[in-house]
Structures are given as structure tokens and as C-alpha cells.
Design a protein around this ligand. Structure first.
Ligand SMILES: [Zn+2]
Length: 101
């Protein structure tokens, strides 16, 4: 009986681990501008006074940025921007998006 329970728990954990690792590989591509906005948000929140950053790429896609201070951000979930007409301030919409997470 204990073996069966252990097997169920282990199977559940294995499923979760597989799900976690396959999902983690799915990077959300960013545009250069989005990466720049995220870097500016990082500078405001730390606050960080670095003036340099570079994009982190997976293949041809930008998936995050690396700040001069050593901070790295990799976007794992897509930023779903509102319709262009509603985004008077794209930086604000991204902040709202991040706070939902
Ligand atoms: Zn920084």
C-alpha cells in the first residue's frame, strides 16, 4: 500500500518536474524596445545607475537583457501589450503586466 502511495506521489512530482523544465525552455521573445523598457524599469526599481546594457539572445530572438551592474533578466512569459490605441504610455502597460505576474 505504501509503495502505491509513494509511486503516485513520485509520478506526480515527475510530471510536475517535466512540465516545469519544458515550460522553462519556452522563452518569450522581446523586441529591442521592450528589452530597453524593461532595463529602464530595472534601473528605477533597484535603483541602478548603469548606463550600459546588452540584449540576451536565444538564436535570433531577444529574450532578455543584461545590465552593466550584472543584473540579468530573461523574459519567460510574453508581454501582452494592449491595443496600440490604448497604450498612451507603453512603459506603464508593461509595469502593469509585470505586476500581474
Ligand atoms: Zn543594473
Amino acid at each position: 500500500m505504501i509503495e502505491i502511495i509513494a509511486l503516485i506521489i513520485w509520478a506526480g512530482f515527475a510530471t510536475y518536474a517535466i512540465w516545469y523544465f519544458t515550460m522553462a525552455k519556452h522563452y518569450a521573445p522581446l523586441t529591442l524596445n521592450e528589452a530597453k523598457i524593461l532595463w529602464k524599469i530595472h534601473k528605477q526599481t533597484i535603483p541602478c545607475h548603469s548606463k550600459m546594457w546588452r540584449e540576451i539572445r536565444r538564436g535570433k530572438k531577444i529574450v532578455g537583457f543584461e545590465c552593466e551592474c550584472g543584473y540579468k533578466h530573461i523574459q519567460k512569459r510574453p508581454i501582452r501589450a494592449n491595443k496600440p490605441s490604448q497604450t498612451a504610455n507603453p512603459q506603464l502597460s508593461i509595469i502593469r503586466e509585470l505586476h500581474k505576474a
